[in-house]
Ligand binder design. Sequence first.
Ligand code: UDX
Length: 430
Amino acid sequence: MNIVIIGAGRVGLVTGSCFAEMGNNVTVIDIDENKIQRLRENIVSFYEPDLERLVRKNHKVGRLHFEIDLANCLKRVKAIFIAVGTPSNNDGTANLCQVLEASRNIGRNIKHDILVVIKSTVPVGTSQKIKSIIQEELDKRRVGISIEIVSNPEFLKEGTAIKDFMNPDRVIVGVENEKVQKLIDELYKPYRIIYTDIPSAEMIKYVANAMLATRISFMNDIANLCSLIGVDINMVRIGIGFDSRIGTKFLYSGCGYGGSCFPKDIKALIQIGYTNGYAMQLLQAVEAVNNNQKTILFDKLLRIFENNLKGKIVALWGLSFKPNTDDICESPALTLIDALLKAGAIIQVYDPVALEETRRHFGNKLYYYTNMYDAAKNADVLLLLTEWKEFYSPSWELLKKTMGHSILLDGRNIYDKKKMHLNGFTYIHI
Ligand code: UDX
């Protein structure tokens, strides 16, 4: 099938590459000429495991193309996916500028019947708005064609996006009528497709993320209580997780959730509540607990160093908001680094792939290392912020020799308390 994807970001590029891998003929377009030029050279501007391989392979065999101008790639196209960003406005509402501009662009250029698929995360009612905008543009040009709209939210996790696309738990498709289902079935043939109406599909995306974020904030809240009363949150997590009604996933307490989705989607859902005269009290608490959680490691540092971090050497392992991505958007590391800089600490950082992103953000205010042990050199304390695999079994002997003081703050609870004490470390966890 001939498909166009508008937006060469994390969602658009993964979607495009995977559809090409499934045998479709895909053109990914983006207004960023530099990005498109680099993609034509098979260079992906962010880190996502396996993505560059898929881009290279499908580009080479001629199933994946990159364009700037939508008008150039509409011939025989059956479906156009809108996969552009919906960042937060200052008040927390979703900014729909890119989505609406993409819709106008479709309306100005399309000449035949088309299916428009909304992948971007958008508030309920937006898909209808998109349809109206396209129709307005068609009316201006006096073009009488039929536009079908479906809402098809993505559930891709950064770091496992390709796997998630190829093995989805489910594919949600909100439709206006049954006519379009044949095309959707053809696109997503091997997968479990759940058809809903359009508003439900739009809402499902927000609710899935809100539920997951709620689990995390709930566990973080409980972890903070556990640490006050001498209970190990890890044992509690295991104990409740084997209740099949609760399940074992997304129960890990840590230094807070981040990323390009949870924080913005929670804010947007709270705002949807306000707009409709309803206060989403639980989600407000989820957000507040998470904001607090991002400051917990700094509070622990203040306690260790008796409120004086000036000149202290603080080593950080892991900067991205989670492993297997270079995305530092809303990462707990950013909140901690801001506080440490204010307190006058010397900050030495290491991350397997997010160093460059971090350098773009903080410039020469930090010391960057490409080796995890070098980053810990002479450190008064080491903090683990992201649970990359390579941090699970370091050489404790080497670390002890390298560091100034053997103090470790574990922001993701990945080490064993007893073993760390045997290794000779002062070990503090969440
Ligand atoms: C999320 C959704 O999972 C995905 O379906 C949606 O399409 C986009 O948003 P992503 O942002 O890639 O995906 O990250 P995810 O793996 O969901 O983790 C989000 C945050 O929660 C991370 O900061 C992670 O460290 C944190 N987290 C996750 C925890 O603190 N504890 C957990 O148990 C799980």
